[in-house]
Design a protein. Structure first.
Length: 219
């Protein structure tokens, strides 16, 4: 039987972006009203998953209450090196996410591209960070999101050794529900509601997108 296709959406910060956030990241920060609007669009769509990258403090302050009130679940991918830093989630926040049924996953140690790293740094970014996040949140870390969506077969091999049950990328388009490698669609403040609605409803596979993903896996 053909497995069901799903849509994975990626959120980052919610609310006013801190001054420390660079201009290149500001387009992925949503106002609180905009974020709530998007949640209300996707809530009734059963084949949409919500994910959050970077471990911003707004995950616990704004995103979590909004998800709980709507009976929604999500995955939160954090950088181990940012845990407890100003503007980011601390260990208590991570445990609160787990307590409310959210998944906490790996987004590396220092938010750098994994493709450019040698073995020792890749070990630190993946395996050391995985252990640190698991210790902080009090639960196993079995999901990962590649920073900047950058990966190749060497990176994927490291993630498999780390026991990752699911790996998320920034490749756009739908994904197979049970697939190990999952494409995601980043929500930007410049996206309008119609575009988000169409993304949530797009369960078809593009031959071009699929070919690009395969090329990444084998380079």
């Amino acid at each position: 039987m053909r497995s069901r296709t799903i849509i994975n959406l990626t959120f980052h910060g919610v609310g006013d972006a801190p001054e420390s956030i660079g201009n290149d990241e500001r387009d992925v920060w949503l106002s609180t009203d905009r974020f709530i609007e998007v949640l209300d669009v996707i809530k009734p769509v059963t084949w949409v998953r919500a994910t959050f990258d970077d471990g911003n403090k707004s995950d616990i302050e704004t995103a979590l209450p909004a998800l709980i009130s709507r009976g929604m679940r999500a995955s939160f991918f954090v950088c181990a090196g940012r845990i407890g830093r100003s503007g980011y989630l601390d260990a208590a926040d991570l445990r609160t996410l787990v307590k409310h049924g959210m998944r906490v996953g790996l987004h590396g140690m220092d938010h750098v591209s994994w493709r450019s790293l040698d073995k020792s740094r890749l070990d630190r970014e993946i395996h050391d960070a995985q252990r640190m996040i698991a210790s902080a949140c009090g639960a196993p870390v079995r999901e990962a999101a590649c920073p900047f969506g950058a990966y190749d077969r060497r990176v994927l091999a490291f993630l498999r050794v780390g026991g990752m049950e699911r790996v998320f990328t920034s490749d756009r388009g739908p994904a197979r529900q049970g697939a190990w490698l999952q494409a995601r669609n980043t929500i930007r403040r410049s996206d309008d509601t119609d575009a988000i609605t169409l993304t949530a409803r797009d369960r078809g596979f593009s031959i071009v997108r699929t070919a690009r993903r395969l090329a990444k896996r084998w380079r």
